[in-house]
Each structure stands twice: as structure tokens, then as C-alpha cells.
Design a protein. Structure first.
Length: 337
């Protein structure tokens, strides 16, 4: 770690049970740079206030350093930061290792997704718009515009499809017999090509089932190559609630105040950018090795850029400003040392 670091208000006490407690009223750092096997962190400024560290000291005969039992930070501020980490492709588990996922904010997400496809399977460029309201994609409202008669999107028991002038093309094929959140198309009349409804998809139950390890299906043949020629963008506003599982989760809040807005864009260059305006977290929990990290309220404005998607992706997070309060890093079973 490098940078200009200053601290004030230091004190150290030793308790009767052999534990030591270090207190620091404030730590200020500028031009911080940290490198590790996990990635790099650079920040223009960082500040921590009301820091306490509890240590369990080892017996002198053991010849071992003390172990941290507890770390608490009253407030942590970060400005002008950039974090770069490689993305490791980890196979999705076939079962949920730490309980079912909860994706409550998807139940109220609003916004729209747009895709510009160049020389797609339909032999012409296409502009696709998919509105999302109250966490639901209504395929009757989705549009596929191009030269000539427009196409339409829908969802059947076989998968998600596009009906184009040259016939039906499936984008995603289902392998599961039950698709949570799906309402399948309904035909308007016997042998009619047009449907009475093209179906709908509730995002929260679909995402929760997929993240919990259920195999839903796969992209149809050739669609992955088509996505490489697709420009994607989305503007979304998340709802409130918990995202995560038993070990790792965050609770979002502030929807009524216009918080937690997302902008997503990607192009044909193998790069994707996600911008999150006014991120508002009520609380979070993360389990790492022998420690549990919990926080109180968190607010931030940040963006995440992913490059080199086709080969070895690298994610870079740019943080304009971040404030997190009531940080606690606790060693599990601390009472046993």
C-alpha cells in the first residue's frame, strides 16, 4: 500500500482477558494505491472515523501473532476511486449452496431495454425495444422494428422467440418443464398465426430460480454470435428489498426518492458499462473466510466497465463518491478465540 496516510486520536488498552483494543479517531489517506492477487485499488481520498480493533493475543509460548476478533468503523468515505479485478468464470452451481436467492428489487423494477442488431438472423438490421413495468416483461408491448413489416417477440413453452416475416426464430430454448414467472402465449383462434397474447415473464421468480441453481435452458444455436453484433442499452429503476442469499446480501432502499437507477450499455467492441446513480443500501452482509462483514447505510455513485468479454474479462469499478456507515468485521465464534 502506498499513499499519504495520517491518523489522529490513537489509544491502546489491554483487557483482563488478554484482549487488546486499538482505537483511532480518524484516518485520512490521499493518493492511495493498493495491489494484491485480487486486483488493484487507487483512490484520490479515503477517510475512516471511529475505528476500533479488538485482538486476541496468543500465549508467548505459541510464538504466534495475535488474531483480529473484531474491527468496527463508524464511517468510511471514498472519493475518486478505481478498482480493477479480473473476472474468473465460475461454473454456476447445480444446487443453491447457501439457501435460495432473494431478488426482491426485481419485483418492482421499471424501465426499458433496447437492442440494435446488425445483420441479424432475419437478414436485416433490427431495433428491439422491451419495456419493463412492475418487474414484468409484457411481450405484447415489445417491438421489433426493421425495413418492411415489423416482427414481434413472445414466449412459448419452447422458449423466447421472434416472429419475423420469414418465420419464427427462437432466441432462448427452455429445457425445464416449469418456468417460474412465465405466462405463455395464447392463440387467438384455431390455426391463426397471430396470438391473442404473446405472453409475459415475471423477472423476480425467474431470476431467483436461475440463481438458485435450476437449469432453465440455453441460447439457441447461432444466437451467441448474433449477440456479438448487438448494441444493448437499458435504463432501469430497481425496487426496494433484499438481493442475495444466506451468506451474501444487500438490502436496497430509497425507491420513492428516485434512488437505485441503473444505466447499462454495451457494443460490438466487447465492452459493457453499467452506471448506478444514487445507490442506496440500507444494510449489507458478506461472509469471507472466518469473518462476517456487516454494514449499515451505504450511498454511492459508481460505474462498472467490463472489457475483453470474449477472452479474459476485466472489471473496473469507478467510484465518484461512496459513504458507508457502521461497518463491522467480526470473526465467527470469536468467544472461542
Amino acid at each position: 500500500m502506498s499513499g499519504d496516510v495520517r491518523s489522529s486520536g490513537l489509544s491502546n488498552t489491554t483487557n483482563a482477558d488478554g484482549t487488546q483494543q486499538l482505537r483511532i479517531e480518524r484516518i485520512d489517506a490521499r493518493d492511495v494505491q493498493m495491489e494484491s492477487n485480487f486486483g488493484t485499488l487507487r483512490a484520490a481520498a479515503a477517510a475512516l472515523s471511529n475505528v476500533t480493533v479488538d485482538l486476541r493475543t496468543a500465549p508467548p509460548s505459541a510464538g504466534l501473532p495475535g488474531r483480529m476478533r473484531e474491527l468496527r468503523v463508524g464511517e468510511w468515505r471514498l472519493e475518486g476511486a478505481r478498482v480493477e479485478v479480473p473476472i474468473i468464470r465460475v461454473p454456476r452451481p447445480t444446487t443453491a449452496p447457501h439457501g435460495k436467492w432473494r431478488m426482491e428489487p426485481l419485483g418492482a423494477v421499471d424501465g426499458s431495454m433496447h437492442a440494435g442488431i446488425t445483420d441479424a438472423h432475419w437478414m436485416f438490421d433490427a431495433d428491439v425495444t422491451i419495456p419493463i413495468g412492475s418487474g414484468r416483461i409484457d411481450f405484447d408491448r415489445a417491438t421489433v422494428e426493421h425495413i418492411g413489416p415489423d416482427s414481434s417477440m413472445g414466449i412459448s413453452r419452447m422458449g423466447v422467440y421472434v416472429d419475423a416475416p420469414n418465420g419464427r426464430t427462437y432466441l432462448y430454448l427452455f429445457s425445464a418443464t416449469h418456468i417460474p414467472g412465465a405466462t405463455f402465449e395464447r392463440r387467438g383462434a384455431l390455426f391463426a398465426r397471430r396470438t391473442g397474447s404473446r405472453g409475459a415473464l415475471e423477472l423476480r421468480p425467474f431470476a431467483e430460480c436461475w440463481l438458485s441453481g435450476t437449469t432453465m435452458g440455453a441460447l439457441a444455436t447461432g444466437i451467441r454470435d448474433m449477440l456479438g453484433r448487438t448494441r444493448l442499452s437499458a435504463t432501469l429503476r430497481l425496487g426496494d428489498g433484499v438481493m442475495g442469499n444466506d451468506r451474501h446480501r444487500v438490502a436496497l432502499g430509497g425507491r420513492d426518492q428516485g434512488r437505485n437507477r441503473i444505466e447499462l450499455s454495451s457494443g460490438e467492441s466487447g465492452e459493457a458499462v453499467l452506471r448506478m446513480h444514487d445507490l442506496s443500501v440500507i444494510g449489507s452482509r458478506l461472509e469471507v473466510a472466518d469473518y462476517v462483514v456487516e454494514t449499515g447505510p451505504l450511498s454511492a455513485t459508481l460505474s462498472v466497465q467490463v472489457t475483453n468479454l470474449a477472452a479474459t474479462p476485466v472489471a473496473a469499478m469507478s467510484i465518484a463518491a461512496l459513504t458507508v456507515r457502521d461497518v463491522a468485521c467480526l470473526r465467527r465464534q470469536a468467544s472461542n478465540g
